[in-house]
Design a protein around this ligand. Structure first.
Ligand code: MN
Ligand code: MN
Length: 275
């Protein structure tokens, strides 16, 4: 191809945004499928700018490729569609950030990442360990993605932060799979997360205290402040290669504040991915 196909000074996009409008595996209530356009609207809002706290300007058109939204298809076809869509983006040299959707989407996303990264680690923010073998008879439940990820040995490490709903069943699963669980009651102000292999961040918005992010299907008091979560992301040692922000449910967000919280997390995670 002639060199002129890429203009002087023109840069190739580095990150991909993809919305996943899917909440069929949400056990208690639906609505997370409505999140992607709300987060995009918050990102575009004139109420703030697109510069992260470390000074990374995310407004440059050359940074993001917007892959649009994946609309739901029936049954397990959706998991295949998600995996293939993410793998296509990775194959194009892009680092995807997915906007969920319920947390079941993280399993097929991580399947795609595991095809490229043989030593992937996951940093998982959540009120819940999401590691039930199955939930209400559904092995693809949003309460089960990390059971699938661990039994398929897709990652080297799974580090969970902020969990505060661990049942005896789930505690046994955490032990069995060697999950590194930093429960909310053990989160200290000086907590520093370190990874010596590529990191994928899966951020369930209910990791945050519902005072900060009420727009979730399962409000669990006693969680992280938005500031604590941002500090953990900024202080994290390691190379962040992908992320998702899941479980924002606009139908549970009467004050319309949670989309902005998701957009803020997006900015800080994206800035880390560009380092
Ligand atoms: Mn959760
Ligand atoms: Mn979750």
């Amino acid at each position: 191809m002639p060199e002129t196909s890429v203009g002087a000074g023109e840069q190739r996009a580095k990150l991909a945004i993809i919305g996943i409008r899917y909440d069929e595996n949400s056990s208690f209530t639906k609505g997370a499928a409505d999140a992607p356009p709300q987060i995009r609207a918050a990102l575009r809002s004139d109420a703030w700018n697109l510069t992260s706290e470390n000074g990374t300007d995310l407004s440059d058109d050359s940074i993001f490729f917007d892959a649009g939204d994946i609309e739901p298809v029936a049954g397990s076809d959706m998991l295949t569609l998600i995996e293939n869509s993410i793998y296509t983006l990775i194959g194009d040299g892009l680092a995807p950030i997915s906007l969920g959707g319920d947390h079941s989407i993280t399993h097929p996303i991580v399947r795609a990442f595991a095809r490229k990264y043989k030593d992937l680690s996951i940093l998982h923010f959540d009120a819940h360990p999401d590691i039930y073998d199955s939930y209400q008879g559904n092995r693809n439940s949003h309460a089960s993605p990390f059971a699938r990820i661990m039994e398929q040995k897709l990652v080297k490490r799974l580090v969970q932060v902020g969990v505060r709903t661990v049942t005896a069943d789930q505690r046994e699963q955490v032990r069995k799979f060697g999950v590194e669980s930093i429960e909310m009651r053990n989160v200290t102000p000086d907590l520093q997360l370190e990874f010596d292999s590529p990191v994928y961040i899966s951020f369930d918005v209910d990791a945050l205290d519902p005072a900060f992010a009420p727009g979730v299907s399962h409000r669990e008091p006693g969680g992280l402040s938005t500031r604590q979560a941002i500090d953990l992301i900024q202080r994290l040692k390691g190379k962040v290669v992908g992320a998702d922000i899941v479980e924002f449910n606009p139908r549970m967000d009467p004050l319309h504040v949670t989309g902005t919280v998701c957009a803020k997390l997006f900015k800080e995670i994206a800035a880390r991915m560009l380092e």
